[in-house]
Write a protein that binds this ligand. Sequence first.
Ligand code: ATP
Ligand code: MG
Length: 442
Amino acid sequence: MRRETGHGDLHPPEAFLGVCARLEEAGFQAWAVGGAIRDALMGRDRADWDLATDARPPQVRGLFPRTVPLGVEHGTVGVIAVDGRMYEVTTFRRDVETDGRHAVVAFADSVDEDLARRDFTINAIAWRPGTDELRDPFGGRDALRAGRLQAVGEAGDRFAEDYLRVLRGLRFAGRLALEIEPATRAALEEAVPGLDRLSAERVREEIAKSLGGPGAGDILRLYAEAGALRHWLPELDDAMREDPRAAESVAAVDEIPPHRGLLRLVRWLLALPRGSAPEGEAADGAPVEAILRRLKFANAEIRTVRRLWEAYLPFLHPADSDARLREWLSEVGREHARDVFRLHFALARARAARESERALLHTWRRVHAELVGGAPVSLSDLAVNGGDLLELGLPAGPLVGLMLEELHARVLEDPSSNDRETLLAEARELIEIGALDGLEEE
Ligand code: ATP
Ligand code: MG
């Protein structure tokens, strides 16, 4: 076989090379594999370099002082290197049995066998720093140069072995701006119905990966084009097909920083129709919640996403009064205000709407001033509490809450009235004139 050398320009981290050297000194092969090689060949730096070896997990663990058993049954050991980072060291594997959702694997003897079980040719390249040998049995580098995404081997078989590869393929194509080679494309689209056999967790993780990196908007468009949303996200599938405004929501995803994956998800979900909500009124986020439950998101994430989605509209107008700004803050909540603005900014930027961006900035400055000025935007900011009202002789029960809300409305109107004496006097007055009588029955 042809030995290829001269790949010293791949620039792995020194500590990673140290891990390789230790394995090689002990008589094993150490190959850099997967995404790191692919990205390095494209000139993109990244921190997580993975390693494949013929050493078995116990042998790997015996060679390094600090290891983590990441999945010893799958052959993966985490090695903490001298830079304090963990590198994944996985024993060569081959698939023994596959069913479209997971594989039974066995250890293999050669790196070529290990490469043959990988999904796309660009992901099936290995480099051995110890000998500077590059293994590229499926022409992954040519594919990279040509900007082509192609399955390893028979595309239809590869997708049927693991349907997650449908979504992975669309992610690589979108992120790396690759054309999907025609036979791979046809097989991918044919494999789309198999997505329903995947677990919600794997699908959710894959979508999170797509949203959490470059090219997210392109990936989402590729999802829709390939019909890949039909099973898990039919609501978004319909919206992206039928509603021309959905395209703007998708474009706006890229205007939110990649590390804000959940906020990007909200931006995408804003492509959904707003149900029967009249123009300018709040829409019910129940459909959003249903989607996230289906994908088994954590409860806290579901709450945040639904809350932001619902808080998006109605929104502020530059001509709104300070009192209206504070009222809005109290409705949306101090902790969400900034993110709701981010969602609006992202859309304005995606539309290249300079005017609305300027107006947004102006309004945000005013909202921000209220926030840092300590505007009493939540009930707990009130200078009086329920106990104070009971002492005034208000009966325990719903009237206490109503009175607090009444006082809060007043304080939002005029923050200078937020002192104990003023509010107690106000409360006495309201009790006196019977302002709340009968309200508790409503
Ligand atoms: P990134 O980390 O940038 O998302 P990656 O290529 O490193 O991309 P991983 O999911 O981390 O992707 O997987 C590492 C490597 O393992 C891949 O490059 C590929 O060779 C192989 N691989 C991962 N998942 C699969 C799969 N479902 N089927 C086949 N090979 C896979
Ligand atoms: Mg990876």
